[in-house]
Design a protein around this ligand. Structure first.
Ligand code: KG4
Ligand code: ZN
Length: 340
């Protein structure tokens, strides 16, 4: 009972559905990315996102059930992301989940997108390596924040970015360097051929108080470096930026440095043994390497989801949904979406 869960995720620009058993065994995970629709705009356009979710939601759900070889009648529940995210996008998933739950008389649970990103790192680990209590860094295009996680369903925010999310900074710097959206993977690829010590971009580093991040200083420094001292001057074409790879590598190095140091400062303060890193930017190879290395040097262990479960997906929603359902937090058909 309460084993086989259909998860639905539409909070941003991925239409996703998945089936998971017992919160762990992923039977299918289908992700339809809208990246190509938003690429020309250098970021997600909410109206385009909502419309595309509407077109894709039913085929994506059908594909997830088909791949899992599961019919609606065999499900034990439906889990859907209710917050945070783009309201017009969230509502598409929530409406679909409610309709299916009502039509089939299935229990419905609402899932918090950030808690699901954290859960993604738990989902793939054997039960004896359950990473709680831990400190969780959630780092994506929309969020950069540190949480204290006591269990799958008990997560408390300790501090967040004061301005941009780290992924957003990657996306903006990519745009400046003439690279496509989403910028993270493109900047990272270009950075492989550059020297991370070539340029010294500023690092925001609070010495005390709750965890906090700021990426606007790094981003502005990159802007001045690329455009010269007149920040309003047009961005030069990519081929005229002589040290593009060095800019990418130095930018990536500065962001990773800030993320790692602030997470380890919080981990020391909270006296945890495990740091968990999740969200789209957790795909970043330099972040994975440096967090692992510096955490180990500090006597801590660092855990990450595998890359497909770092970025937005519905397996993490189906997985966490199992625990929410088991905790008895069944939603009514009044279930609503919220941007916050
Ligand atoms: O979690 P996600 O798919 O969506 C949000 O909830 O925001 O994260 C997407 C973000 C984008 O900003 C993308 O540029 C970034 O994650 N990202 C990366 C990498 N892969 C994706 N950033 C740096 N390095 C990467 N390899
Ligand atoms: Zn996300």
């Amino acid at each position: 009972m309460s084993d086989l869960i259909l998860g639905i995720e539409t909070s941003c620009d991925e239409t996703a559905a998945a089936v998971a058993r017992g919160g762990k065994e992923i039977l299918s995970s289908v992700v339809h990315s809208q990246a190509s629709l938003h690429a020309a705009h250098g970021g997600v356009v909410p109206e385009i996102a909502g419309r595309s979710h509407l077109e894709q939601i039913l085929p994506v759900i059908e594909a997830a059930l088909g791949e899992a070889r599961v019919t609606l009648d065999e499900l034990d529940g439906i889990a859907v992301t209710t917050r945070p995210g783009l309201i017009g996008s969230l509502l598409v998933g929530v409406s679909a989940a409610k309709s299916l739950a009502w039509a089939r008389g299935l229990p419905l649970v609402g899932v918090h997108h950030i808690e699901a990103h954290v859960y993604a790192a738990t989902m793939e680990r054997p039960a004896e390596e359950r990473p709680y209590p831990c400190l969780a860094l959630v780092v994506s295009g929309g969020h950069t924040a540190i949480y204290r996680a006591r269990s799958e369903t008990q997560i408390e925010l300790l501090g967040a970015t004061l301005d941009d999310a780290a992924g957003e900074a990657f996306d903006k710097v990519a745009h400046l360097l003439g690279l496509p959206y989403p910028g993270g993977p493109a900047v990272s690829k270009l950075a492989e051929g550059g020297d991370p010590n070539a340029l010294r971009f500023p690092r925001y580093r609070p010495e005390q108080g709750p965890p906090a991040f700021s990426f606007s200083g790094i981003k502005t420094a990159v802007l001045y470096h690329v455009r010269g001292q007149d920040a309003r001057a047009p961005t030069p074409p990519p081929e005229r930026i002589a040290d593009r790879a060095d800019v990418a590598a130095s930018f990536e190095g500065a962001v990773v440095d800030v993320l790692v140091e602030e997470t380890l400062r919080a981990a020391r303060k909270e006296r945890v043994e495990t740091v968990l890193v999740a969200g789209g930017v957790a795909c970043n190879r330099v972040l994975r390497r440096e967090m692992t290395r510096r955490a180990e040097a500090a006597g801590l262990r660092a855990v990450f989801p595998s890359p497909p479960y770092c970025t937005d997906n519905a397996a993490m929603i189906a997985g966490l949904g199992f625990h929410v359902l088991r905790a008895g937090r069944v939603a009514s058909l009044e279930l609503d979406a919220s941007p916050r």
